[in-house]
Design a protein. Sequence first.
Length: 398
Amino acid sequence: MNHRYTFGIFLGATLVLALVVACNNSSGGNRGTGPLPLMFTSGPGLPAGEVGTAYSTAITVSGGLLSYGWNLDTPGTFPPGLTLNPSTGSVTGDPTLDGNYSFDVTVSDSQNPVQMIMDTFTIVVTVSAFTFTSGPALPAGEVGTAYSTGITVSGGLPPYLWNLDTPGTFPPGLTLNTSTGSVTGDPTLDGNYSFDLTVSDSQNPVQMIMDTFTIDINPLPAPQVVINEVWGDHCHTGGEFVELLNIGTGTADLSNWTLEVYNNSNPAALNGIYTIPTGTMLPAGGLLVLWENTGTPTPTSLYVGFEMDADWLPGAPGCAGVDLSEVVLLDDTATGVDYVAINDTTMANLPVGLTFTATFNCTSHDAYRRTQTDTDQPSDFSCGGLGSDTPGLLNPGQ
């Protein structure tokens, strides 16, 4: 009986010792042998990059004892534009120069003594294909209207240089920015323009691409300028004037248009002709006042250099009489644009092609357009009491 009991205790001790040994061996060897060897788990060929395109990867390791430190042993051979994070091993940035780059990296752990490993890594940086990304048909423009577009490229190595190979065929009034490729300005002549353009990048050797581009410049919309108001009384303290209004949607070029003013003699006699200066532009909705005598011109006021009331004499007493009878507006080809006849039933100077159908009578010295609708009828106008009160402002009803 005692013999069996003693054997049982001995057997139990043996089992306990076996369990202790088993528990020690189950720790993966770290307690008995220390950390696993430090080793790279990425590379040596890292992902390729592209000039100008954001790049991100990491040089990874395993084993050793945290934390790790990464060190670039050959910084001169690291791709320009990229950086190595010494605490994480990440490689990020925007590559700036293509090439095949080879560099040495050392990683150390936190053991004492420290473990260190070194390897040579490579990154290939390429340049994407150099190509135009706009055109060849660029947006259309319009004479006298501000224009802005860009001839864009992608790929290659910036910065780029734009060069106009055929400057003689570039739309007049527009300019090409050789550093940005932007095309801006105010077109001055309508037409369909075709021109050759070369763009070069900054590689060595340089890459160059060339293409033919087109820009259509449309003419100004048909002028829709009307005589808006007239005042023919020399006693008017503000001076006699004829006011023009652009009722159209586009800018009107009034260069070399003419204004003819006739008095109410029978037949109506020409009192004066005025030629509007080159470069005079009347925007949509804009007003232009043509004043008597002389003065300093502005974009909205010009001076015709003659009295519009033919019966005016310096120093003559009184201001009676309605002397202004016909006002004629002609374009630069002497084609009639608009016409007003006041107290003149003959309408002797109505230009060919205009359809003003009848005269209207005024007992005062002025006539003004009632609305911005032009029907070529006397009902378009009212008489008496200066329509806008201030020349250069719209009249009542407009």
